[in-house]
Design a protein around this ligand. Structure first.
Ligand code: FES
Length: 156
């Protein structure tokens, strides 16, 4: 069967093809420029250095947030006064979590995910426990690091 005429012209087809190619080229270049200008964009640090006095005096059964790269970290003191540090991001789709002191649980509002105070996923869609960090105190500095990362700060 022979088609007498087409719904799109050759010019429209070529213009669409060229336009798509141009958009792909520009977005690739823009992405490369952004990665050059901001090399740490989207990367998580191995450790952060915080001020000890800002975090050690938080009341029991509470959290205090800190910047963990582009994400949030939480310094957590449980009801017994034991301190831990963890990534404040849900293991399902990386929404920020909040601590519910009345329930002693972490909650993710995105899809109603719950974690107990030890970070174990107990309800909802989160597939695994929260990520905890190591921390140590060196004088005025509170060093929070990924598990297994050894941090040696230069001596002043
Ligand atoms: S992102 Fe937290 S439950 Fe889905």
């Amino acid at each position: 069967m022979k088609i007498d005429y087409s719904l799109i012209t050759r010019r429209t087809f070529l213009n669409t093809l060229f336009g798509g190619w141009l958009v792909a080229l520009c977005s690739g270049s823009a992405y490369a420029l952004l990665k050059f200008a901001f090399p740490t964009l989207g990367k998580e640090p191995d450790f952060v250095v915080l001020n000890t006095k800002d975090f050690m005096n938080i009341p029991p059964n509470s959290v205090k947030p800190f910047a963990w790269g582009g994400k949030v970290g939480l310094f957590f003191k449980n009801a017994n006064g034991t301190s831990t540090a963890l990534k404040g991001v849900c293991t399902h789709m990386e929404c920020n979590i909040t601590y519910k002191p009345e329930d002693k649980k972490f909650y993710c509002a995105c899809h109603k995910g719950w974690f107990d105070e030890n970070g174990k996923n107990i309800e909802g869609p989160p597939p695994k426990p929260l990520e905890f960090f190591d921390f140590k105190i060196e004088g005025e500095k509170l060093i929070v690091a990924k598990k297994g990362i050894k941090v040696e700060l230069p001596k002043a």
